[in-house]
Design a protein around this ligand. Structure first.
Ligand code: UT7
Length: 326
């Protein structure tokens, strides 16, 4: 029996030109390269220029993905942007982008706020629409300008985050419905609102009409991040009918190299197979996974037939995973 699968046909990314190093940060707050490097693995991050918006980064990432997919903008049937730093309170950044990209009139456009798990959430939504036959081609973007909600006087948080955007295009292709199919083989998402105040902004439209700054109970988030990222991979592998030995590459959310190391150990996957970008991107929340994917494609790391496992965890808490065969 044939079924519809979502194939990843193109990726793209955009990083702002400005690079902020650990040494730069040590001029701003009481920190140093040694602390940041050993505790997080981060060496530098990109910071959006004044007036450079989440939609601008998304637009450039989308153009690159469209070019790599070799499709026309008009072939896109759905656009979804995962972000916690959209341009406007409303409407969605996706709607603004639909206009900027000249998508065909009526193309549905929405944002999703699932923090660092946003790309996995957005991909699941797009995949479900593709598999139901509602759309054929989806543009899924993860994009952030976290520098706008970073308290640059707080050393606990300001050393961690960065700006950027990644884009992925998924398209319907017929498969046989077996574990040997290509395309998205599984997606799985979770949330636990009990942990809401471990990682949050104290402000918001309904509270004080402000965006607020990132607050994080780093130690507690760390403890939950490791099992959540492991669960995202293990459960989606189970759905796909595959095991960790089938995985060629693991693309985790990029928050902290120590978290990534620990998850890789628990999954029993060699670090050679793990994509690490946190060293030069920092934590870019919803953008982290599509950025890592697109940068790896551009570097020629992936080949046809590779199985990629992905998992993410972030504020909410939200978490999840997905399995993709190229
Ligand atoms: O994206 C969503 C998921 N997010 C995450 O997964 C992040 C999870 N958490 C983490 O990555 C880590 O908890 C952090 C990197 C945020 C912090 O690392 P830690 O090893 O948990 O350090 P800590 O917060 O326990 O701080 C240890 C010490 C403290 O000093 P005292 O109280 O022991 O004297 C901090 O004040 O390090 C101090 N500290 C710093 N020192 C120099 C905190 N930030 C800095 C800094 N530079 N930037």
């Amino acid at each position: 029996m044939t079924i519809i699968r979502s194939h990843l046909i193109g990726t793209g990314y955009k990083l702002p030109a400005k690079i902020l190093t650990n040494d730069d940060l040590s001029q701003m707050v009481d920190t140093n390269d040694e602390w940041i490097s050993t505790r997080t693995g981060i060496k530098s991050r990109h910071i959006a220029a004044e007036g450079e918006l989440t939609s601008d980064l998304s637009y450039e990432a989308a153009l690159m993905a469209i070019q790599n997919a070799q499709i026309k903008n008009q072939e896109i049937d759905f656009i979804i942007v995962a972000t916690v730093t959209g341009d406007h309170t409303f409407p969605a950044t996706a709607a603004k982008l639909a206009k900027k990209l000249g998508l065909k009139p009526g193309t549905p456009a929405m944002d999703v706020n699932a923090a660092c798990s946003g790309f996995v959430y957005a991909s699941q939504i797009a995949d479900n629409m593709i598999r139901l036959g509602q759309i054929k081609t989806a543009l899924v973007i993860g994009a952030e300008t976290l520098s706008r909600i970073t308290d640059w006087t707080d050393r606990n948080t300001c050393v961690l985050f960065g700006d950027g955007a990644g884009a992925a295009i998924f398209q319907a292709v017929e498969g046989l419905g077996t574990k040997d199919d290509t395309g998205l083989l599984a997606t799985k998402i979770y949330a636990d609102g009990e942990q809401f105040d471990r990682l949050y902004s104290a402000s918001g439209v309904s509270i004080d009409q402000k965006a607020g700054y990132i607050h994080m109970d780093g130690k507690e988030v760390f403890k939950v991040a490791v099992p959540s990222l492991v669960q995202g991979v293990e459960e989606s592998l189970k759905i796909a009918g595959l095991s960790i030995e089938d995985v060629n590459w693991y693309v985790p959310h990029q928050a902290n190299l120590r978290i990534i190391d620990s998850v890789a150990k628990k999954l029993n996957i060699d670090m050679e197979k793990v994509i690490v970008t946190v060293d030069h991107h920092g934590n870019t929340s919803a953008a982290s996974i599509p950025l890592a994917l697109a940068e790896s494609f551009a570097a020629g790391k992936f080949k046809k037939g590779d199985v990629i496992a992905i998992s993410a965890m972030g504020a909410g808490f939200t978490w999840g995973g997905m399995i993709l065969r190229l």
